[in-house]
Design a protein around this ligand. Structure first.
Ligand code: SF4
Ligand code: ZN
Ligand code: ZN
Length: 304
């Protein structure tokens, strides 16, 4: 192994994207500096912002939370219990232990309490349960960020997630999604400011940071497993990266630099029609009642 680029001691890791050999100590400092540079580059939030981290118990969200706190940010967490039996119990326990060690507050939201049912009940009714699960999570995270008085909601999406989702959007020419695919979205019409500070980090880099910070994260995957197409896009991106290293970051960053600004000129044409307020819960929605209130009603009327 080569010598660490910063201190010339023996390197313990090589970061291919940046051609950087690093020792344990400098991997941590490099990671946090690069995170700060990403936050600044995309003007995600100012130093004194009150930040809410969407925490799942997995490596990405816990690493993000830890690194933000190490950088001096005021960051608390929010965990959504999806009602997926053992898996939800375990992820909640991991998140609570982590919050306690970090000395920060963790807000809890329980879908079975809020909705009267969990994600497994949705799976029994629709094949699109993952899309629905994602929308439900976004609804509750948005509401919690606003009502609890935070300035910005941050999520642990990493480069691998963003590049494979971008591939899916390009293959389907989902202009509506592409026009909103940016690592920071401003507050708008009841929707809170959102940011993805790990968007330039690979899973590998995040795992290496987690190891050196001794972060105990959940390695189990959701037993309901993601919809097949998502896995296919992720596998294709991994294969491209293997054959042509640097493909993911180029694909994603060139999209942000070159195509995203062009889409913004026509953004109104792609986005949903005007938003309204849901007459039941008061949240912003494309129509009233919103999809969450309609789902709740549907389940209630069928006695589920
Ligand atoms: Fe929800 Fe699907 Fe993720 Fe499970 S895999 S948490 S159901 S989006
Ligand atoms: Zn070093
Ligand atoms: Zn509603």
């Amino acid at each position: 192994m080569a010598r660490c680029r910063m201190c010339r001691e023996k390197a313990t890791v090589f970061i291919p994207h940046h051609r950087l050999p690093l020792c344990d100590e400098h991997l941590v400092s490099w990671f946090e500096r690069y995170l700060q540079r990403t936050i600044t580059k995309f003007k995600m939030f100012p130093p004194h912002a009150k930040i809410l981290v969407a925490v799942s118990g997995g490596k990405d969200s816990l690493v993000l939370w830890q690194a933000l706190v190490n950088l001096g940010y005021q960051a608390d967490g929010v965990f959504i219990d999806l009602g997926i039996n053992e898996f939800s119990l375990l992820s909640r326990r991991v998140s609570e232990n982590f919050a306690e060690n970090l000395g920060r507050k963790l807000h809890l939201i329980s879908l079975p309490k809020e909705l009267g049912f969990g994600i497994p009940a949705l799976k029994r009714r629709t094949r699109k349960y993952c899309s629905l699960c994602g929308s439900i999570k976004r609804y509750f995270l948005n509401r919690a960020t606003r009502t609890l008085g935070y300035d910005v909601l941050v999520t642990g999406h990493n480069l691998d997630d963003e590049a494979s989702a971008l591939l899916g959007n390009v293959i389907n020419w989902s202009l509506k999604y592409l026009a909103r695919k940016y690592p920071v979205l401003p507050e708008n019409n009841g929707f809170v400011r959102k940011a993805k500070p790990l968007c330039r980090f690979t899973s590998f880099e995040i795992r290496e940071y987690a190891k050196r910070q001794k972060i105990k994260y959940l390695t189990e995957r959701c037993p309901l497993s993601p919809e097949a197409t998502r896995l296919v896009y992720a596998e294709i991106m991994d294969r491209l990266e293997e054959q042509m290293p640097g493909t993911k970051i180029r694909f994603y960053m060139d999209y942000l630099r070159q195509l995203y600004p062009l889409l913004q000129e026509k953004v109104e044409d792609f986005l949903d029609r005007d938003l309204v307020r849901c007459e039941v819960c008061g949240e912003p929605a494309v129509s009233s009642p919103c999809f969450v209130c309609r789902l709740k009603e549907e389940f209630r009327s069928q006695g589920i």
